[in-house]
Ligand binder design. Structure first.
Ligand code: 5AD
Ligand code: FES
Length: 360
């Protein structure tokens, strides 16, 4: 590593920002030594805020039915081979009950853009989970909706919303999505969610087709400016029944590098070591934690449907019961010196903002 690169890394550590051109250079010039230094600084920052705690989020995959046709995604509308399902309100509630018993205090309802979950249906599910488990956070990850819809869901009790921006470059966005979908609407959704008062998560795939160091630099600049409470990044993994089925997957190495960079930009961000990372490398999630991540998302979906929520090939954890998944992760995290914690794990920045509002 040249001294200029080292200087850049230390400056990122001190100031939490670089110019877009410098982000691109940081990515382009990276080597093992740079990655190691970044990981060391990222772990230090993460420890200062969160100690050795790793937060758990119980993922409930509520529907594999989707009206969208994203070119990378295994549950896209045009995949005729996909096995579709949707969970009823009762099934979702029973996943949450089981998760509660296991210690989960955050439930993430994730699914395709399934029109069945209109506002009234979804609001009822959210408010019922909050009624039965008032000490839990409900996170939604259900794609693009209107501002009014986001507002209603927030009023029904939803605390957080995950909507990966996928790429911060409009042209790149148009190469990953069909023309009915727009970068502008994606950004509109993210702004609306933030203004409404959700804890908001954005994110992107590492190594998606047509991604370059320059588009990644834009992602980092976007994250720096938008200041999400959560940020989901994981390697792109091709799904055989999509137009990108023959493309190369992203790498674990680049994902780990970017996890460390994001931790230095946002020391307080909730950063998952994703299932996609664990799919490409059997120890991917442990490596993610050692690069600066601090969240894992075990699967709480009913075992019968897990294989059907197939965004990419060879997804892990599709055969295990929720309890097994949790135990497995506990063992994995303690093997690298961390431990799972069961509190809600709200975004520190969000909590400060809320306290300020209340005390005014
Ligand atoms: N590989 C990796 N991640 C994917 N996602 C969708 N398809 C794939 C894939 N083939 C990610 C997207 C989406 C999230 C729910 O899963 O970033 O936002
Ligand atoms: Fe699901 Fe290991 S985390 S089985």
């Amino acid at each position: 590593m040249e001294s200029r690169e080292k200087e850049r890394i230390y400056r990122l550590d001190r100031e939490g920002r670089l110019s877009e051109a410098e982000y691109a250079k940081l990515i382009r010039d990276r080597d093992e030594e740079a990655s190691e230094l970044l990981a060391e600084l990222a772990v230090k920052k993460r420890k200062a805020v969160f100690g050795d705690a790793v937060y758990i989020r119980g993922l409930i995959e509520i529907s594999s039915i989707c009206r969208n046709n994203c070119l990378y995604c295994g549950i896209r509308r045009d995949n005729r081979k996909a096995d579709r399902y949707r969970l009823t309100k009762e099934e979702i509630l029973s996943c949450a009950d089981e998760g509660y018993g296991l210690g989960f205090r955050t439930f993430v309802l994730q699914g395709g853009e399934d029109p069945y979950y209109a506002d009234d249906v979804l609001c009822e599910i959210v408010s019922e989970i909050k009624r039965v488990h008032p000490d839990c956070a409900v996170t939604l990850s259900l794609g693009e909706r209107s501002r009014e819809s986001y507002q209603k869901l927030c009023d029904a009790g939803a605390d957080r919303y995950l909507l990966r921006h996928e790429t911060a470059d409009a042209e790149h966005y148009s190469k990953l999505h069909p023309k009915e979908m727009s970068f502008e609407n994606r950004m509109r959704c993210l702004t609306d969610l933030k203004e409404i008062g959700y804890q908001v998560g954005c994110g992107f795939m590492v190594g998606s087709p047509f991604q370059t160091n320059e588009t990644l630099a834009k992602d980092l600049k976007f994250i720096e400016m938008f200041r999400p409470d959560m940020c989901g990044i994981g390697p792109f993994i091709p799904h055989h029944e999509t137009p990108f089925g023959g493309e190369k997957p992203g790498t674990v190495e680049c994902t780990l590098f970017l996890l460390s960079v994001i931790r230095l930009i946002l020391p307080e961000v909730l950063l998952p070591a994703t299932t996609a990372l664990g799919t490409l490398d059997p120890n991917g999630r442990e490596k993610g934690i050692l690069a600066g991540a601090n969240v894992v998302m075990p699967n709480l979906s009913p075992v019968e449907v897990r294989k059907k929520y197939e965004l990419y090939d060879n997804k892990i954890c599709t055969g295990e019961e929720s309890a097994q998944c949790l135990q497995c992760l506990e063992a994995r995290m303690s093997s690298v010196g961390y431990h799972l914690v069961t509190d809600r794990g709200d975004s520190p920045e969000h909590l400060r903002k809320r306290t300020k509002k209340v005390s005014v």
